[in-house]
Design a protein around this ligand. Structure first.
Ligand code: PLP
Length: 422
């Protein structure tokens, strides 16, 4: 297909008429589709049904620590859960806290602790100019936490290697900059994995603030869509080499391995970091839901079992990604109005439409019954400076619906571009 930018006025008008006809036809289908959040589909959730039968009287309720998981205790989780996350994150078991049902809660609590009690220096609440670095496009809920606590959010551009490290190195010279959000593997929404050089540069940062922390959210650490998934350099190892092991705080969860909202989460860090976190936690909780931790480790005892579970997820999810990418390749390629990522894992495709058109694409999709992530949400304050980025979450619609959803998107992208060009 000829580039929309090179078309004559007449060619563009004819194309617009054809797209409008497709739009009107899709409208008659009265669709109700949701690609707004990175939620697993019902078939993904079914993969964990067996887990819900455990633990029981046959499997027993006492874990390796010798503690009855039905009772209070074990602030940092059961041994089996810590060992599992240690394998997943490739970090020593003693660096791990196995927690409740959400890593996002652990991140929120960590920032709240920095605000009220401090994370290695005086509480952040006393620094009225506090700032946080936000690689964007990125995860809206990360940005929202630091916005909630009154940080100025600073956008750091990202490319296929990760955040712009020249900019990060420059910003950390300011002692009001207290941290950075990172999704280092299959990032939300670009699906990219940080390069070795980016990871090393993180380990070697020399921030002016002694309580600067890297919030290393490895939410998609085992979420490969293909056998030869991306490899992420181990930040903890690099930090140990650089003597900066107190700087990163690691997070992960089984939300998209087993059940979001009913999974288990973890955080990890150096001995000094963990001591600081536990000092707060001991006032906050007597122990996590250890029954759920035991349920998980009975179902997924080791990394091998996790990888097998993720292979089953990939079989469900990969065709959904392919449906969207095939539709884009077939209908948008060569038009010069959109670019999109082709990730090897994770939960998202990042679509960049013609500058100034993303909001309109969102409106058009809504008119056709397809809900997208709020356009702009992938940037701090919900404001995409180019009004161009759209996060696509292909996992939730059923295998039957995904093709229609991809068609709707493609028609909306072309509609919005032609409207602007004409
Ligand atoms: N971190 C990232 C990057 C995510 O994309 C998500 C969910 O979409 C979460 C964290 C939420 O994790 P949890 O369910 O463990 O709170």
């Amino acid at each position: 297909m000829k580039s929309y930018l090179e078309m004559t006025k007449e060619e563009r008008s004819a194309e617009f008429e054809s797209i409008k006809a497709q739009f009107e036809h899709l409208k008659t289908l009265k669709l109700s589709l949701d690609m707004s959040r990175g939620k697993p589909g019902a078939d993904d959730l079914d993969l964990s049904n067996e887990m819900l039968k455990m633990p029981n009287e046959t499997t027993g309720f006492v874990g390796e620590d010798g503690v009855d998981t039905r009772n209070y205790g074990l602030l940092d989780g059961i041994k089996e859960a810590k060992r599992l996350f240690a394998e997943i994150l490739e970090m020593p078991e003693e660096t791990i806290i196995a927690g409740g049902n959400s890593s996002l809660t652990m991140m929120f609590d960590t920032i709240a602790q920095g605000m009220i009690k401090g994370l290695g220096d005086k509480p952040w609440i006393f620094d009225e100019k506090r700032k946080f670095l936000c690689p964007a496009p990125g995860y809206d809920r990360h940005f929202a936490i630091t916005e909630y606590f009154g940080f100025e959010l600073i956008t750091i551009p990202v490319d296929e290697n990760g955040p712009d490290m020249d900019m990060v190195e420059e910003y950390v010279k300011d002692s009001s900059v207290k941290g950075i959000w990172c999704v280092p593997k299959y990032s939300n929404p670009n699906g990219t994995t940080y390069s070795d050089e980016v990871v090393r540069r993180f380990a070697n940062l020399k921030p002016a603030a002694k309580d600067f922390h890297i919030m290393w959210d490895n939410a998609y650490v085992v979420h490969d869509l293909k056998d030869d998934g991306d490899k992420l350099l181990n930040l903890y190892d690099e930090c140990l080499k650089a003597g900066s092991e107190d700087m990163p705080i690691f997070f992960a969860s089984t939300s998209k391995v087993t059940l979001p909202g009913a999974g288990i989460a973890c955080m990890a860090g150096s001995p000094k970091t963990l001591a600081m976190i536990k000092e707060r936690m001991k006032f906050q909780v007597i122990g996590p839901d250890k029954v759920n931790q035991l349920r998980h480790t009975a179902f997924l005892p080791d990394l091998k079992a996790v990888k097998e579970q993720m292979r089953k997820h990939a079989e469900i999810i990969r065709p959904k990604f392919e449906a969207v990418l095939n539709e884009f390749d077939a209908t948008l390629n060569g038009l010069d109005i959109a670019k999109w990522t082709k990730p090897n894992g994770g939960y998202f495709i990042s679509l960049n439409v013609m500058e100034g058109c993303a909001k309109r694409v969102g409106e058009l999709c809504k008119e056709l019954g397809l809900v997208l992530t709020k356009v702009g949400a992938t940037y701090p304050y919900g404001k995409d400076p180019h009004n161009s980025n759209i996060r696509i979450a292909p996992t939730y619609p059923s295998a039957e619906d995904i093709n229609t959803a991809a068609k709707v998107l493609s028609v909306a992208v072309r509609y919005a571009a032609l409207e602007k060009l004409i």
